[in-house]
Design a protein around this ligand. Structure first.
Ligand SMILES: [Ca+2]
Ligand SMILES: [Ca+2]
Ligand SMILES: [Ca+2]
Ligand SMILES: [Ca+2]
Length: 407
């Protein structure tokens, strides 16, 4: 067989080799001709052949968000950090346009840095691209396209579904009282039949309602993410005291202040207005209002501390404990009712109330305050949210906690 092989080597046998050679030659000619007429940018998809000559070498890269990143936001003030790195476009007379979902320009940069905290107004999946455009609006070059997702936690105030009896009590308490309904959903504080143990451990609080503290209210321009500063508060009460636990998320726990300076470091502040109807329209604190500041301490030498900022009063009798967590810290405290000026609790009472977290990370004083109500100002009770005291029986016996676990 082998011997016979050469015998048949004719033009037909060479045909495949000739074909390959012809294809190769054509390809080389094609590439050479084409390359001289169009620069490489042509192959990256730009339709403006004249201008793309200038684009070779531009590089525009969206470095934040990263591909398929998911942003779990809690309130409408949180933002998605957008950052773009670029090469060789700074000195050009072009603009960089951030385009969302193909058609919505959310920002136009004339010069670097190309950083922008974008505030989405609804959840969803988004596609982001940065286009370099000339003065006629023609696209010169484009960045990578990045897809990301924005999700929102469903509710700012979490209320546990209660029995019909309790739900009716909530409604009738609010109907019977004048309160600042424009300042956010009311918080419900239930009577406790076994007081919480003030030890900085919050296991026993699951039966009570919790509320988010996540609305930026003071220095709010510094707010980007709930990871910087946010929290949840649990409250309850009995005939002797008001109790609360705050679980704070804070990336840098920094507290070196004491006494009336507590708010310069990481701290929690509660403001109460115990008589709403008497002076509903008087904004500044007076005798029925209290502001109490709570410091977690620094977990190495400075102990947790409560300070009654208004009215000027000894904080004797307040019990406070704190603990450090991976995400931040916990404060748990007991405020005897006798620290309030002439107030004792009753079922269905409706109070003005806002809980705030003061955040200091690296500076010498407050960098940001987040609150349970949408607005909060020191010494302005008209910004306060609402707290409703409800005696719903012993919640630890009713199994209501299970309802919340199922949600
Ligand atoms: Ca406890
Ligand atoms: Ca922080
Ligand atoms: Ca008042
Ligand atoms: Ca801090």
């Amino acid at each position: 067989m082998r011997k016979n092989y050469n015998k048949y080597t004719g033009i037909l046998d060479r045909f495949p080799f000739i074909t390959v050679a012809l294809i190769l030659i054509c390809a080389v000619i094609f590439i050479l001709v084409f390359k001289s007429r169009f620069p490489m940018a042509f192959f990256s998809g730009s339709s403006h052949q004249q201008e793309t000559r200038e684009t070779s070498g531009y590089s525009i890269l969206i470095t934040s968000p990263t591909g398929d990143q998911v942003f779990k936001l809690v309130n409408e003030n949180e933002t998605v950090p957008i950052s773009i790195k670029s090469k060789d476009i700074e000195n050009l007379d072009y603009k960089l346009k951030l385009v969302l979902n193909g058609d919505e320009t959310i920002r136009t940069f004339n010069s670097p840095p190309y950083d922008f905290n974008w505030n989405p107004d609804k959840p969803g999946r988004y596609e982001l691209v940065a286009n370099l455009v000339d003065d006629k609006g023609s696209i010169i070059a484009s960045s990578n396209t990045v897809s990301f997702t924005v999700e929102y936690a469903s509710e700012a105030i979490e209320t546990i579904a209660r029995s019909m009896d309790i739900e009716e009590k909530k409604t009738s308490a609010l109907e019977a009282s004048e309160y600042r309904s424009q300042n956010g959903a009311p918080l419900f504080s239930f009577k406790c039949y076994t007081p919480p143990v003030i030890d900085g451990i919050i296991d026993e609080w699951a039966v009570y309602d919790k509320a988010q503290i996540a609305n930026p209210t003071i220095k709010k321009e510094n707010f980007t993410s709930i990871k910087d500063c946010s929290g949840v508060i649990y409250t309850c009460w009995d005939d002797t005291a008001f109790y609360f636990a705050v679980q704070v998320t804070d990336d840098v726990v920094n507290q070196k202040f004491t006494g009336n300076q507590i708010n310069n470091g990481d701290s929690v502040t509660l403001v109460f207005d115990t008589a709403l109807s008497d002076d509903f329209n008087i904004p500044f604190y007076n005798s029925d209002d209290s502001q109490i500041d709570f410091s977690p301490g620094n977990f190495s030498g400075i102990p947790p501390e409560a300070f009654i900022y208004f009215p000027s009063k000894s904080s004797k009798g307040i019990e406070i404990k704190s603990s450090q967590t991976k995400q931040g810290y916990i404060i748990e405290a007991k405020l005897p009712w006798d620290i309030f000026v002439s107030y004792g609790p009753s079922d269905l009472d409706v109070l003005g109330f806002t809980a705030s977290i003061f955040d200091t990370d690296n500076l010498e004083s407050t960098e940001l305050v987040v609150s349970s109500s949408p607005q909060f100002e020191i010494n302005n009770v008209t910004t306060l949210g609402t707290l409703v005291l409800i005696d719903g029986g012993d919640l630890t016996l009713t199994g209501d906690t299970k309802t919340s676990d199922n949600e």
